[in-house]
Design a protein around this ligand. Sequence first.
Ligand SMILES: [Zn+2]
Length: 332
Amino acid sequence: MLANLRVMGRPVCGRSLIFLAILVLAACAQIDFPTPLPAIETITVAKPVDLSPTVVSPGTSTPTATTSPTHTITPTPTNTPAPAPTPGPTPDGIYRDVRVPILMYHYISVPPEGSHRYRVGNSLPPETFIEHLDYLQAEGYTTIYLKDLISYLVTGAPELPDKPIILTFDDGYEDVYLNAFPALFERDMLATFFIITDFATEAAENEAYELYADWEQLAEMAAADMEIGSHSRNHPNLAGNDLDYLVWQALGSQETIEANIGYHPHILSYPAGSYDAFVIDVFRSAHFWGAVTTEQGVDQDSDHIFELKRVRISQGAGVPQLHALLNYDWPE
Ligand SMILES: [Zn+2]
């Protein structure tokens, strides 16, 4: 699993700047932007290759004795192939649909007295979360990566287990690292964590962000085969924004995750579930493979890999509620 997930990264800053510059130029020239936007990894800058033979100036005398000139074999200059950019799975054009619940968790803790209703409404006590995990295992569910669901939908591979399920955690709270991660790890279960990258960066030293896991904690989860995805840089509503802003959110969050975790993330959770067709275009062009929404449902299909549905786990949802949610006849 780990090998699948890991990507040999390479510095992307230069590439992103070039990409951004091209996008800005195109916008200024009011060129109708093609959809999808140009693939970032395909824009490479050729390094100048010096093809001229090395010439030793005849007038240069060297104090050391030189032997007769040897013909060094100059290797044929080759275009060094860039590290594979991990292109997304290539769609085979076959329509597929599958029932895969994608559960949406936020906080795994008991909120302190007087907490904001958003936090209260999105918190699950650790004991209840552990009951969820034990229930899912007893019912024969197998946790899979979100990227594997997307790959299955568009290519048919990898094959999915009998009762696949995806556990997602939005926002990257520290209580998830403290209370959910160990329980998942103990049970050999996988989960997907969507990180607000600017907040994770602040978490290590800024008290205002103490509720968020820092990069050290997130790297530990990634090293334990947990899947990490983007939840943007700073959790804005993405819908209605212009190209520059969306590129900044897409590439900025991707690069920050790659720099801290060591692999290039390809999955996204729209902050507050906010997106539109243009948001999808930009993130697809930035080599995201797919995204989850906050729309409720369990039926996923290959025409909507950037609009995957989820099942929200709200405050106090114990095993009976989880059972009901998983067996509900969700409208398609
Ligand atoms: Zn969020």
